[in-house]
Structure formats: structure tokens, C-alpha cells
Design a protein around this ligand. Structure first.
Ligand code: IDP
Ligand code: MG
Length: 139
């Protein structure tokens, strides 16, 4: 059953490129409402915990170093069919394979520094949102 919320992060490469405004505009223009948002920086420990599901993958160490390398924007977004529609808006993991007009096609650097995170399921959207926001912050 599809729910109406997803979780995103604008990753360090996109913050570094001053792309926060452009990415948030694309998100709003696509019909997502921002439910909760914060500008923050992950420690190595927090990034490692967030990406724990990828612990066994060869790029895990690189991913944790990268995601803790600079500030990010974390946000919970709301729209009908949020998870699937947001994955469509951001495009493929590897920007070289991302469709024209997607956030990653426009803003990503490479397969690691790929501008944005988007939850892959309703279940993970809730877990990831709860990782970054308290119940009182989600309104
Ligand atoms: P997703 O972000 O499109 O859901 P995942 O497979 O869940 O992609 O991977 C999580 C993150 O790990 C990616 O967004 C990217 O930052 C990084 N990543 C994925 N595959 C690779 C890779 O082959 N090399 C380096 N980093 C990768
Ligand atoms: Mg993923």
C-alpha cells in the first residue's frame, strides 16, 4: 500500500555546488510539500548507521566518508505516491544513466556523489524520516 510520504537528503556535493535552491524548486514544482526540513552535517558514525543496510557493499566506506564530508539538507516530503514519484524525479543512482530532466541528471557529480537521496519503500521512508526527525518535528 502506497503512503504519501518519503524522505530525502540533499547530499554534500549538491550543497557544495549551491544547488539547494534549485533542487528544492524542482521538488516543489513536482508537487511535493515539505513536511520537515533541516540543514545539518552527519558524523561518520551517524552516516554509517543511516547506511547500515549497505554495510556489506564494496562502496560502504566511501559512502560513509562522503556523506559525512560536508553539510546536507534532510527533509520529509509529502505527495500522493510519494516514494515512487520521488524516485522518478531524482533519476537513476548513476547520473550517467539518469533520464533527462531528473535531479541527478542535472545536479549529480557521479555515482557516489549523486546529489540526492530518496527512500526506496514506504517502510524505509518512515524509518529514515524517524532517524532524522522527532515526532513533534513532523507536521
Ligand atoms: P539509491 O540512492 O539510488 O537508492 P543505492 O543502491 O541505495 O542507490 O545506494 C545508496 C548510495 O550509495 C547511492 O545513492 C550512492 O551515493 C552510493 N552508491 C551506490 N552505488 C555505488 C557505487 O557503485 N559506487 C559508489 N557509490 C555508490
Ligand atoms: Mg537506496
Amino acid at each position: 500500500m502506497a503512503t504519501n510520504r518519503t524522505f530525502t537528503m540533499i547530499k554534500p556535493d549538491a550543497v557544495e555546488k549551491n544547488a539547494i535552491g534549485g533542487i528544492l524548486k524542482m521538488i516543489n514544482d513536482a508537487g511535493f510539500r515539505i513536511v520537515a526540513m533541516k540543514y545539518t552535517q552527519l558524523s561518520k558514525e551517524t552516516a554509517g548507521e543511516f547506511y547500515e543496510v549497505h554495510k556489506e557493499r564494496p562502496f560502504y566506506g566511501e559512502l560513509v566518508d562522503y556523506m559525512s564530508s560536508g553539510p546536507i539538507v534532510a527533509a520529509i516530503l509529502e505527495k500522493d505516491n510519494a516514494v515512487e514519484d520521488f524516485r522518478t524525479l531524482i533519476g537513476a543512482t548513476n547520473p550517467a544513466e539518469a533520464a533527462e530532466g531528473t535531479i541527478r541528471k542535472i545536479y549529480a557529480t557521479d555515482i557516489s556523489a549523486n546529489a540526492v537521496h530518496g527512500s526506496d519503500s514506504d517502510e524505509n521512508a518512515e524509518i529514515e524520516g524517524d532517524f532524522h526527525f522527532t515526532p513533534a518535528e513532523k507536521h
